[in-house]
Design a protein around this ligand. Structure first.
Ligand code: HEM
Length: 490
């Protein structure tokens, strides 16, 4: 055997011995790790876990692992030993024990692109400070007095541009709506202006990198996204300097509000604004596209929505107030059922990234300190033991108790039974519960209001929501639109 052959034989042998020893040591210290498969060295099972699948399912990987190992299993994902949880109780336990037993732990690449001060990667006091800013800015008072009007304005801007018997890419239209709204809300950028359109273009490149493999080489989507990130930050910085020199003290947008009311450094403000633009734009636009997609194949729901929204407009005619008010919004009860069902079935955010900061024991299983933990919220939303006929779009399951599904069926008589409302966590939970959840529901409701009052729509070419694991329509969700009898309302 030559030296080279000996070397080629020895290296894998040493690795194999090290892995076996490591597993053995781990087994001794934590004899009750959940069952599972650690997959290949380094890669683990990441490739299988990230393989795209239909967004209204949990995918083959999850299906196979749950049926083989149960709802809590171990794996090796994103280069780290991981506990995956499709268990509703453990998911709640993880989220509620944020900062005590578990901590937010997104892959380093997310921090690289969203910034080290991004809310998604911050923990501890800094996270709490930034969260407070975000909560203040998205408060109920602000939603009622300012954001409702802005959401309505941006909805009308997008839907008002739709032409009779034309085809539009519903996903792009939803993105246009949420981007324009967030850009105005964050930095007072006006829709259609050159600078807004330039920022939008950079942002699209940036987003492609956020969801791509984090390979920082020339020509990769990730590298281009890093370049876009610095262009976007320069843009925001310019806006910030303009404000400071103008000394306007205008608090109507987030930039003005943060400059006046916080002690954050320039770098922190930049990352906060960028991460809010990301968190607020991507998620809501996908949720709106999903609602359009699910409703297209559920005429009974469209019918009931139309009746609900016509009733609201009839009452408004009497009061002679044309804009939607908070009271109108509160009347959109069936719409809220449609929103909940869209979020349950479509699962805009499918799983969260956490790590154990202490050794934890749950239902007899060990979760070792330092291990990654993935609460998979989509697996709970699509669990047949918790949501009857889980792959069926059934807004009526949410009737009677808002925020929680009805256990005894709804008005169609076909409604699917459901166990308990606290299994529904589209916005996460605990101390990191989404701060934009009320805004997201408001955006969806107002968009649906004007959509059903003005248009009929059908898929113009086949398309389907896929989980990559971020949710996307590969063909952009092309729909043919026809104005309907009530279309004079736009
Ligand atoms: C349908 C739309 C949305 C969905 C499904 C959604 C979902 C989520 C989820 C699951 C989390 C928790 C992440 C974690 O725990 O690791 C989260 C966090 C967050 N979301 Fe949303 N979100 C939506 C819309 C929005 C909007 C419109 C905004 C703001 C403009 C927003 C701002 C945030 C922020 C700032 C956080 C971080 C909260 C924290 O760390 O304390 N989201 N979102």
């Amino acid at each position: 055997m030559s030296d080279l052959e000996f070397f080629l034989f020895l290296v894998p042998l040493i690795f194999a011995v090290l892995i076996v020893l490591n597993l053995f040591k781990r087994k001794q210290k934590f004899p009750n790790l959940p069952p599972g498969n650690m997959g290949w060295p380094f890669l683990g099972e990441t490739i299988g876990y990230l393989k795209p699948y239909s967004a209204t399912t949990i995918g083959d990987f999850m299906q196979h692992h749950i049926s083989r190992y149960g709802k809590i299993y171990k794996s090796n994902l994103f280069g780290e030993p991981t506990i995956v949880s499709a268990d509703a109780g453990l998911n709640r336990y993880i989220l509620q024990n944020e900062g005590r037993l578990f901590e937010c732990s997104y892959p380093r690449s997310i921090g690289g692109i969203l910034g080290k001060w991004s809310m998604l990667v911050q923990v501890g006091q800094m996270h709490r400070d930034m969260r407070m800013i975000s909560l203040n800015f998205l408060s109920n008072a602000r939603l009622r007095n300012q954001l409702l009007r802005e959401v309505e304005k941006h909805t009308l801007l997008v839907l008002g541009s739709w032409k009779e018997d034309s085809v539009v890419c519903a996903q792009d239209e939803a993105k246009k709506f949420t981007f324009n709204f967030m850009a105005e809300h964050i930095m007072s950028l006006e829709p259609g202006k050159t600078e807004t359109e330039q920022l939008k273009k950079e942002y699209i490149t940036f987003m492609k990198g956020v969801v791509s493999a984090p390979l920082n080489f020339p020509g990769t989507a990730y590298r281009r996204a890093l370049q876009s990130r610095s262009t976007i930050l320069k843009f925001i910085e310019r806006k910030m300097e303009e404000r400071l020199t103008e000394m306007k003290g205008d608090e109507s947008d987030l930039l003005g509000w943060v400059l006046k009311n916080s002690n954050l450094s320039k770098e922190q403000i930049l990352d906060l604004l960028l991460s809010l633009l990301f968190a607020g734009h991507e998620t809501s636009s996908v949720a709106i596209a999903l609602a359009i997609y699910f409703l297209e194949s559920c005429p009974a729901a469209v019918q009931q929505l139309t009746e609900e929204h016509l009733e609201i407009t009839r009452a408004k005619k009497e009061s002679r107030v044309t804009e939607l008010t908070w009271d109108d919004y509160k009347k959109m009860e069936f719409t809220q059922c449609v929103i909940s069902e869209t979020l349950r079935l479509g699962n805009v955010v499918r799983f969260l990234h956490r790590k154990a900061v202490k050794d934890v024991r749950y239902k007899g299983y060990d979760i070792p300190c330092g291990w990654k933990v993935l609460p998979v919220i989509s697996a709970v939303h699509l669990d047949p033991s918790l949501f009857g006929r889980p792959q069926h779009f059934d807004p009526w399951r949410w009737q009677n108790q808002q925020g929680s599904p009805s256990a005894n069926g709804g008005s169609t008589g076909t409604s699917s039974t459901t166990k308990s409302s606290n299994n529904f966590m589209p916005f996460g939970g605990g101390p990191r519960l989404c701060t934009g959840s009320e805004l997201a529901k408001l955006e969806m409701a107002i968009f649906i209001h004007y959509l059903v009052l003005n248009f009929h729509w059908q898929l113009a070419a086949s398309d389907q929501a896929f989980a990559f694991p971020y949710v996307d329509f590969p063909n952009g969700l092309p729909i043919r639109i026809q104005t309907n009898d009530h279309s004079s309302l736009l």
